[in-house]
Design a binder for this molecule. Structure first.
Ligand SMILES: O=C(O)CCC(=O)C(=O)O
Length: 316
């Protein structure tokens, strides 16, 4: 496989990120995030997974040596219980707002940056094929305007054996590609693009890709849990899917922003998107219609949840 093209963070000014993105569907910026900031978040997450029994005792928890008998992943209930704790960390959400990342996003989308508030933490057990994220395009799940971007960052060095992400270069030029499967994954050999690129991604590196760029995780064949974050960004004048701001899968009593924020020290990053003039796609009117007409019935219930959470969060 061809190695990633990369840009050293110190040399950003020599490149046009929009041009690089338009040509290749991704940009990899090396050494963008300071190791101390990543390590603080890694320590917080490692503490949670260690207390859950996911790590072999007797090692430095930052080394994340996995306890194979605890192996789990989404949607296992044992995984979800631990993930809720990670998702509630103030430092977890703060990473998407890191000034270095914001600066790069401004170079890419302009000054009106919208950070999608639901960053995703990947806690990937080794040798657990069933949790491998296969080839897909984020736009299929994220919706809204296709001109949105994912930033993927490991919180520790991620050599090939830990299962870093790989990218199908220039695949964003082919629009939404046929998946042929319910789960939205693309058969690797049929996905269109100009060849897969990959390689080690280290702490501090940030891999940013277009919402239509095909990408896939590689298997974690090490003995350690891989911990990474993926965060999404766009220009806030472009449409956003309201599902990105609420918890469409959560029935009453499930995950909520109130619960997420319960232990936070600062209000600065809470509900930050309410201050922005957002345009929703689907609109509230369309959501109301979808809540009546969408098929199957579970989708109607989902749209109804999105609308009711949106209305209580951002009354009209
Ligand atoms: O980190 C992973 O395993 C998958 C990440 C991914 O698919 C994404 O960031 O969209």
């Amino acid at each position: 496989m061809k190695p990633f093209r990369d840009i050293p963070a110190g040399n950003l000014k020599s490149y046009s990120l929009p041009d690089q993105m338009a040509s290749h569907g991704y940009v990899l910026i090396r050494d963008l995030l300071p190791s101390g900031d990543l390590e603080r978040l890694l320590a917080g997450i490692a503490q949670i997974v260690s207390e859950a029994g996911w790590l072999i005792p007797g090692h430095d928890i930052l080394e994340r040596v996995a306890n194979p008998s605890a192996a789990c992943g989404d949607p296992d209930p044992s995984f979800k219980r631990v993930y809720e704790q990670v998702f509630s960390l103030e430092s977890f959400h703060a990473m998407a707002h890191h000034p270095a990342l914001r600066q790069v996003m401004e170079l890419l989308v302009g000054p009106r940056v919208l950070v999608h508030p639901k960053s995703i933490g990947r806690l990937i057990f080794p040798k657990s094929e069933r949790f491998l994220v296969h080839a897909h395009q984020d736009h299929r799940g994220i919706g809204g305007d296709a001109e949105s971007f994912t930033a993927w960052m490991p919180l520790h060095d991620c050599p090939a054996e830990l299962g870093p992400l790989q990218i199908l270069e220039a695949s964003h030029r082919f629009g939404l590609q046929n998946t042929g499967s319910e789960r939205g994954f693309l058969p690797v050999n049929m996905a269109r693009g100009s060849g897969w690129v990959g390689g080690p991604l280290n702490a501090g590196d940030v891999l940013i890709f277009h919402s239509l760029t095909v990408h896939a995780a590689t298997p974690n064949v090490s003995d350690r849990v891989r911990i990474s974050l993926d965060c999404r960004f766009q220009d806030y004048r472009r449409a956003i899917n309201p599902a990105a701001l609420v918890f469409p899968g959560s029935e009453a009593g499930g995950r909520s922003w109130i619960k997420t924020y319960a232990g936070w020290h600062s209000g600065e990053l809470q509900y930050f998107w309410k201050r922005l003039p957002l345009r929703f796609e689907p609109s509230r009117l369309e959501l109301a219609e979808l809540a009546e007409t969408a098929e199957p019935p579970e989708m109607r219930a989902r749209y109804a949840r999105i609308l009711s959470q949106l209305d209580s969060q951002m009354p009209r």
